[in-house]
Ligand binder design. Structure first.
Ligand code: Z5A
Length: 205
């Protein structure tokens, strides 16, 4: 039985997820909440191996269906062996990306049928959903500018502007579909102003 809360953070690359996740973690700890930080794809030993396969450039070309199923294989391991046990002991879980990313990247970006993604979601997650998702929204242009200095790009980051624009639109559509769970954050603002928006939402939770 779930006792802790499950929060996920999502958005296009460069939206500031990693930056804000560190803020959220510290903020919750200051409130006396035990929280673990995790990520997708990954978060478990097997999940991290799948992540390497998914993101490494040495993997080469991968069929979009294979990519989707690997995301859900890693997610199944993550939910069963990490997220649910941690929530059951009363601690909170903060995940850098979760299922919304599959709808955005594999659905919006790759153009896979949303119904097929929903079938996998029903199979792997059943009724399990995050208590809250913080969707950090910036234009693809701004996001790309922010990560430009990193140099090498992984297999998915190699995609073009139009791909990431479809990803962003799919995220926004999800936020409209699930307004109770998905909180749209204006992440164009400064780091501090973005943190303030998140803090207000966390206080409500
Ligand atoms: N993926 C998928 O396809 N399907 C799925 O189901 C799942 C994932 C779960 C995982 O990458 C990849 O897997 C991802 C989606 C796919 N592929 N892509 N592309 P990831 O999540 O590990 O990494 P990422 O998406 O590439 O995240 P990122 O590039 O690290 O972005 P970020 O975490 O949102 O940004 P950041 O590191 O916090 O900030 C980037 C820079 O901007 C940094 O220099 C900051 O100092 C700066 N920054 C942050 N906030 C601000 C503000 N507010 N103003 C100015 N500058 C800022």
């Amino acid at each position: 039985m779930q006792k802790g809360k499950f929060i996920t953070v999502d958005g296009v690359e460069g939206a500031g997820k990693s930056t804000q996740i560190n803020f959220i973690c510290e903020y919750l700890k200051d409130k006396g909440i035990n929280v673990i930080l995790t990520r997708e794809p990954g978060g478990t030993e097997i999940g991290e191996k799948i992540r390497t396969m998914l993101l490494s450039n040495s993997t080469g070309k991968m069929h979009a269906d294979t990519e989707l199923m690997l995301m859900f294989a890693a997610r199944n391991e993550h939910i069963q062996n990490k997220i649910i046990p941690v929530l059951a002991q009363g601690d909170w879980v903060l995940s850098d990306r979760f299922t919304d990313a599959s709808y955005a990247y594999q659905g919006g970006g790759r153009g896979l049928d949303i119904e097929r993604i929903a079938q996998l979601e029903n199979w792997v997650l059943q009724d399990f959903t995050p208590d809250m998702t913080l969707l950090l929204d910036v234009s693809v242009h701004i996001g790309m500018q922010r990560v430009e200095s990193r140099g090498t790009k992984d297999r998915i980051e190699q995609e073009d502007f139009d791909f990431f624009n479809r990803v962003r639109q799919a995220y926004i559509a999800r936020a409209k579909q699930y307004p109770q769970r998905i909180k749209l954050i204006d992440a164009v603002q400064s780091v501090d102003d973005t943190s303030r928006q998140i803090q207000a939402i966390l206080n409500d939770l």
